[in-house]
Design a protein around this ligand. Sequence first.
Ligand SMILES: NC(=O)c1ccc[n+]([C@@H]2O[C@H](COP(=O)([O-])OP(=O)(O)OC[C@H]3O[C@@H](n4cnc5c(N)ncnc54)[C@H](O)[C@@H]3O)[C@@H](O)[C@H]2O)c1
Length: 398
Amino acid sequence: MEPVKLGVIGWGGRAQGLIRGVLAKGGSHLFEMTAVSDLFQKKLDLAHDEFGMAESALYLDYHGLLEDSNVEAVLVETGAQVMAAISCDALNAGKHVCVDVPMAFTRQEVWDLIVTVEKTGCAYCMGEQVRFANFVKKWKEHIGRGDIGEPLFIQGEYIHPSAAPYFVHKETGDPYPGTLEEAARDPNYRPTWRNKLTDPIKYIPHETSPLLKILDDRIARVSCYTCDKRMYGDAIAKQDLQCALMQTDEDRVVRIINSFTAPRKGNYAHHWYHIMGTDGVLESSRPLWGDDAFQRKEELLLDRDGNARHTTYGWAREEDNPFKDSTGGHAGLEAFVFQQFYDAIRGDGNNELDVYTMAEVVLPGIIAAESAAAGGVQIAVPSVRPSAERPKGSYPKS
Ligand SMILES: NC(=O)c1ccc[n+]([C@@H]2O[C@H](COP(=O)([O-])OP(=O)(O)OC[C@H]3O[C@@H](n4cnc5c(N)ncnc54)[C@H](O)[C@@H]3O)[C@@H](O)[C@H]2O)c1
């Protein structure tokens, strides 16, 4: 079968890494990049130089790419705040959409996406990749066998103090070469989407997606707290750290912490996962405990017989990686995302990254930000699935 003709919107670090490291390598039989859009001509020139893209396939305005008949599907790799609107425009133009994490920034945008997917019938995926990690598969098996009893308390952390650009040049998109404080005063530079990610808890999918998959559960209620801002003053709008406390449909308690600025020193960056059951514990390791690679390779299993052992499930699954390549940025897990997207378009439509599953992963972060703004009040997470009260293609009544 012919590869899917793919247009990429947003030619930043992530898009370049995905095309260079995943789709142009193991995934070239599934997708062919036929067009690129970015706000900066300099970025389009990079796509032209590295991938030989024709001038006619490069767009400063993404609406032109959406009218291109040589584009069947779109990969949205812009900043978080504009992803949902671009995705809806693409779906309404009849293009299948794969959008990166976190897919939406507000509750309204989540509903816009759901309703637009339902109305257009186009394939839709949000590319959350950690849910395909080997430890997720193995922990789900442990829980299914009752190895730690009934899960009670679930924790996740995404701590990633980032050197990513917080200011870019208004004309070229180049990152500011000096300090943040200087950048904030330079009229030629503007804050990036990362700078304006005011609530780090909105970047929750890499924790909720694998954990809810393991538990086969849904977040039902959320409250969240924000630390008083102590870092970077007005130079970065993002809060230092947020902590959400949540309860699931199955009455389990979930605690998620996100920070993308702290701690400033020591290369302490990680995804971390923990599940305490009635009879045991599953826990991944954190940095500086020995192996300090970003993707933790060891876990703890305390089983129902009281035996503790270290497992080495890790992230990579070379043996069942669809592209047989775990060298990509996140242990090759993006291959699973692109295989899902391809199957959703050309295959049986079986898609665990569908708009409902992903909305259940994203909404708790958006609602956590609402809770934090209201001083930590508990807020219910609405059901996103179609029902008698909300038939397909309609918005919820309240
Ligand atoms: N799944 C993951 O592990 C993972 C990892 C990194 C980034 N991401 C996500 O990928 C996305 C991109 O991240 P990044 O690091 O490449 O950011 P980036 O800022 O480097 O790149 C974003 C690009 O989008 C372009 N852009 C913005 N608005 C546009 C528009 N209207 N039309 C066309 N282009 C537009 C910008 O000019 C920029 O080049 C983010 O949403 C981020 O959350 C996910």
